[in-house]
Design a protein. Structure first.
Length: 141
């Protein structure tokens, strides 16, 4: 029986979790350049970016190495450096959750969310604010 099937068949109450927490999750053995977990249960730390309900969330996996570039956000977890991998965002069901690891601060979570949004939308210009439109005036006059 596959790990995914065992997890899907497991029946237990969802753990209490919230945004900004990092949990060990059974991500599975993925293909190509997708990020996999490690060990027999394919575990990897995952940041809860957005809680959807008491059974699921949007998560970002962590790497144990420091990496640079737009796809990565460095974090300090206690006395260890880690990196959040923005490009591997994943919807996660509670049955993939294993153990609570740690939590980041609300300020760190806000920074990560901003970097994630910038990574996803790229360099799309934002619309001008009300004040900026008022400064330009009516282009028809």
């Amino acid at each position: 029986m596959t790990i995914a099937k065992r997890l899907d068949d497991s029946e237990h109450a969802p753990p209490l979790f919230k945004e900004g927490e990092i949990w060990w999750c059974h991500l599975g053995d993925n293909i190509g350049t997708e990020i996999s977990g490690k060990g027999d249960m394919f575990d990897r730390p995952v940041l809860i970016l957005r809680k959807l309900d008491h059974q699921s969330f949007i998560g970002l996996p962590l790497l144990g190495k420091k990496k640079g570039g737009d796809w990565y956000v460095p974090v300090r977890l206690g006395n260890r450096d880690a990196t959040i991998f923005l490009a591997q965002v994943k919807y996660i069901d509670y049955r993939r959750m294993d153990n609570f690891m740690t939590a980041i601060t609300n300020t760190e979570l806000m920074v990560i969310r901003e970097k994630f949004i910038n990574f996803i939308v790229g360099n799309i210009p934002r619309p001008p604010s009300e004040e900026e439109r008022a400064d330009v005036g009516n282009p028809k006059t």
